[in-house]
Design a protein around this ligand. Structure first.
Ligand code: GLU
Ligand code: MG
Length: 430
């Protein structure tokens, strides 16, 4: 491969990958020592505006410190290659910076393990819309739609394969031009890195084919949304301790209760764009009621036992957090999930009861008796003292303040636009 450019960067607080690229001749030096970066750049909004109240202003300098193993090379055999290497946002001397999302995730993983002895495995599913495919009718889950999408899937797999990982599935989903990828289970940091790289691979491979791949949560008001479903399992050593007798108890029950208890701050950190809330419709399999349910796709957390083994254990079980989407920074999404769960274990919360029905079909009195609450219908409703206290506790004051400035910026932009305008603009970003 001849001279080409090597990009170093990562998802900032709007879930958008930003960074700098250098000629490949400089690659080794840069992988070693990083590149200078501007603190405020982690807050640039999806519409390329700096939040007026971002805490950094024009001052300061940080460093993009590359993670050499978290890299892909984009090439279609004809255009020059382009390397993407993910990084941490570090202080200028290379040490940890309080506002780095990847660093926040590492701290959450460490705390979970040291305080409970538990580790987590994560597998993320992403839905997205592909425009420009040569198809007469996108028949959901059919081989015809699968085959049409496979031109894209094959390119993506080739890119990922060269970096030593792959996908579990590539599915022709329900909506027009909608596909879904499922990542392989991995420890959370690796799952997050691979997610960022996979999404970039999909966007670039689609562009090379003259297509557009968009992960926007709600591309059109009358179409199903594009969700991100986070499957996670709790492990004690080599034992999956997520499910016992088709439900969740012990530490896993506390973890699940912690997630439901902190549903609002978790949503604030994992459902990031004003467009996201248009996806929040009951009976769209999004899981907008704050509850957990055995195999229930209208619960915020679906419990998925899968096959028991001969001893009645569930080695492949997972819980599935269903409400997030790809406008989130995936490191912060997983940080919030782990922090909420850990808080639940530490507070000794009891495992919730399974909600077996679609909550939207129950009458108001029944919902009340089951304490079933709907998630807030817009982002501004989530900017409350209680939510912000959780965010500061989980991420620290500095990162919390920077993140809040981004969300306020989003709310401000959304006020000036109707659904279609915003969806059109954000659809080319996400
Ligand atoms: N498209 C739905 C969502 O927005 C999910 C459908 C499914 O369960 O795959 O999350
Ligand atoms: Mg799906």
């Amino acid at each position: 491969m001849g001279e080409h450019f090597c990009f170093v960067g990562n998802q900032e607080l709007n879930g958008i990958v930003r960074g700098r690229s250098v000629p490949s001749a400089r690659r080794d030096t840069v992988l070693e020592s990083g590149l200078p970066w501007v603190p405020a750049n982690i807050t640039i909004g999806a519409l390329n505006t700096l939040p007026p109240d971002n805490p950094f202003g024009p001052v300061g300098e940080i460093r993009l410190m590359p993670i050499p193993d978290a890299a892909i090379t984009l090439t279609n055999g004809t255009t020059p290659a382009y390397d993407i290497t993910l990084c941490e946002f570090a202080q200028s001397d290379g040490s940890a910076w309080t506002c780095c999302p990847r660093t926040a995730l590492k701290a959450a993983i460490d705390d979970l393990e040291t305080q409970t002895g538990l580790t987590l495995k994560v597998a993320l599913e992403h839905e997205f819309t592909v425009r420009g495919l040569n198809t007469i009718n996108h028949i959901a889950f059919s081989p015809s739609a699968g085959r049409v999408g496979s031109v894209l899937a094959e390119r993506v797999l080739t890119i990922l394969d060269k970096s030593g990982f792959t996908l579990d599935q590539f599915v022709a989903e329900y909506g027009p031009g909608q596909y879904e990828i499922a990542g392989q289970p991995a420890e959370p940091l690796q799952a997050a890195d691979r997610t960022v790289l996979t999404l970039e691979a999909i966007r670039h491979a689609a562009a090379d084919l003259g297509l557009q791949a968009s992960f926007l949560p709600k591309p059109a008001n009358d179409q199903v949304g594009n969700g991100v479903h986070v499957h996670f399992s709790l492990w004690r050593g080599h034992e999956n301790v997520t499910v016992d007798k088709e439900w969740v108890d012990g530490d896993a029950g506390g973890f699940l209760a912690g997630i439901l208890d902190a549903a609002k701050p978790l949503t604030f950190l994992s459902v990031t764009s004003p467009n996201s809330y248009a996806r929040y419709k009951p009976q769209s399999w999004v899981g907008t009621y704050i509850c957990a349910g055995l195999r229930n796709r209208e619960a915020m957390v679906r419990i998925v036992p899968r096959q028991p083994d001969r001893n009645g254990a569930y080695p492949a079980a997972s819980m599935e957090y269903r409400t997030s989407d790809a406008t989130a920074n995936v490191y912060l999404m997983l940080t919030a999930l782990i922090r909420a769960g850990l808080d639940g274990i530490k507070a000794d919360l009891a495992s919730p009861k399974s909600v077996a029905q679609d909550p939207a079909t129950l009458d108001e009195d029944t919902r009340k008796s089951m304490a079933l609450q709907h998630l807030p219908a817009s982002m501004d409703e989530l900017i409350t003292d209680d939510v912000m206290a959780h965010v500061s506790d989980w991420l620290g004051q500095d990162l919390g303040a920077a993140y809040l400035s981004c969300r306020r910026n989003d709310v401000r932009h959304a006020q000036d636009m109707d659904f279609e305008q915003l969806a059109q603009q954000l659809g080319t970003v996400y």
